[in-house]
Design a protein around this ligand. Structure first.
Ligand code: HEM
Length: 446
């Protein structure tokens, strides 16, 4: 018999229902409710409800096996549309499929090899700057800046030192706007054109950002030469059947998508990784020994010399999956674990829950990179920091390459020490970021 999924009945906010608690502290409540209500349950609020899918098998059903029933993104992606427009992350259906086909070649191995040296150069320069700091500092803005530099140069290559260098500031403003909308959802109900200092700053940032991106696109279209970067790939991509490429509007949305999806995620992942390494001296020692043994060479051919570094990256993405959940909307009636799913239902897949559950891992809160030894790799059902199914992260290899390079370059030059008494707490907003920043004390190694 098909049943209706149980609804969370406590705790409940008098106005906003259980969704109030889910939004305030999802990392605490989602696992607790899974224990009480089981693999599928509903959280509610006066403005809508969401079905939480808390079993790995059922999560796979939604993301991969029965993908056709869940092709739309969840309601929470509305906030991302502010930043990305209708790009790869936020679009759906046939339109998304076409865009994925057009953008995929930009992430082939050959293209990643081509930007390897740039990632090394930028990471070494930032590590050098950090090694000169004479006191503890918040490394979150440092990595935000570095990952933005990397994605900007990967996207715009030579143009990056001119207008595109201003992009960072605007992306930061738009990111903060999106976060504020998440923290204060009532803003969704305000007319977007209503003039407040908040909307004015957002519109100005967006207009300036659009002007820069459109300018670069225009120049590239006129010039016609290949700059061997992501933008050139996007400009030359065309549909095999129709021969049509992307419009300027679509290019703008894809550029913004790559900027947003490709910098916060890796910047936060680096903060968590360095925090974990700093607080586990025996793992730090093993990691540094591997890095030192490899000498100064760091190119595509030498990546194989860093297997332990790669394990550290994978384990820190388990401990702190920077995309902590993904959302979908049901478009075709389905059944999940014996429960009825109506079209229009919003579903939440809490990736962190599968990475942390005692049902699936021994000592899940222990930082243990050996979980990722080649003969012990965890099943993709319980470990999927880059998502699963057709909508899996297009930038996963880009991100893994970048994280390994940044780890090697920083730990080659410096050791980062924890700061006693500094609170380290994850904040599950769009990404899982350190709530109070990540203060560490850099010490040059040589
Ligand atoms: C540690 C770093 C990263 C993590 C943890 C991460 C995680 C994810 C996850 C979980 C998804 C799936 C979202 C969903 O199913 O709704 C996703 C999608 C996506 N990511 Fe990443 N990502 C990272 C880095 C990057 C980078 C560096 C780029 C680009 C340069 C990127 C671009 C994208 C795009 C465009 C999508 C949408 C793909 C599609 O729907 O076809 N990501 N990412």
């Amino acid at each position: 018999m098909i049943r209706i999924a149980p609804a969370v009945d406590e705790p409940r906010h008098w106005l906003m229902g259980s969704a109030f608690y889910a939004q305030r502290d999802p990392l605490k409540w989602i696992p607790r409710w899974a224990e009480k209500y089981g693999d599928v349950y509903t959280i509610g609020s006066p403005i809508g409800s969401a079905m939480v899918v808390a079993s790995p098998e059922l999560a796979r059903q939604v993301l991969a096996d029965r993908y056709a029933h869940y092709i739309e993104k969840g309601r929470s992606y509305a906030v991302l549309r502010i930043l990305m427009g209708n790009g790869l992350v936020t679009s759906s259906g046939e339109f998304w499929r076409g865009q994925r086909k057009l953008t995929q070649p930009a992430f082939h191995r050959r293209r990643l090899d081509a930007i390897f040296a740039m990632m090394v150069r930028r990471s070494r320069a930032m590590a050098e700057r950090l090694s000169k700091a004479d006191q503890a500092l918040d490394i979150a803005p440092v990595f935000s800046q570095l990952t933005l530099e990397i994605i900007s140069e990967a996207m715009f290559s030579t143009d990056v030192e001119s207008e595109a260098s201003k992009v960072g500031g605007y992306i930061h403003i738009l990111n903060e706007t999106a976060l504020r909308m998440l923290r204060q959802p009532w803003r969704f109900f305000m007319p977007r054109r209503f003039p407040t200092p908040f909307t004015k700053t957002e519109f100005n940032a967006r207009a300036s950002m659009d002007a820069i991106v459109h300018n670069i696109i225009e120049r590239r279209r006129k010039g016609g030469e290949d700059h061997d970067d992501l933008l050139s790939m996007f400009l030359s991509a065309c549909d095999e059947e129709t021969g049509k490429g992307m419009s300027n509007e679509q290019l703008r949305d894809e550029v913004m998508t790559m900027f947003v999806a490709g910098h916060e995620t890796t910047a936060n992942a680096m903060c968590w990784l360095l925090h974990l390494v700093a607080t586990h001296p025996e793992i730090e020692a093993k990691l540094m020994a591997e890095i030192d043994a490899a000498g100064d060479a760091l190119d595509t051919g030498s990546l194989a010399a860093f297997p332990y570094t790669r394990q550290v990256v994978e384990e820190s993405l388990r401990m702190f999956p920077t995309i902590w959940s993904v959302g979908r909307r049901c478009v075709k009636e389905d059944e999940l674990g014996g429960y009825h799913v109506r079209p229009g239902t919003t579903l939440l897949i809490p990736i962190f829950h599968f990475h942390w559950g005692e049902k699936w891992w021994s000592e899940p809160r222990k930082f243990d990179p050996d979980r990722f030894l080649p003969d012990r790799k965890p099943s993709p059902e319980i470990y999927f920091p880059f998502g699963a199914g057709p909508r899996t992260c297009i930038g996963n290899q880009f991100a893994l390459q970048e994280l390994v390079i940044m780890t090697v370059c920083f730990l080659k030059q410096l050791r980062l020490r924890p700061v006693e008494g500094f609170p380290v707490e994850p904040d599950a907003l769009i990404t899982l970021r350190p709530k109070w920043g990540m203060k560490l004390k850099p010490e040059p190694r040589w």
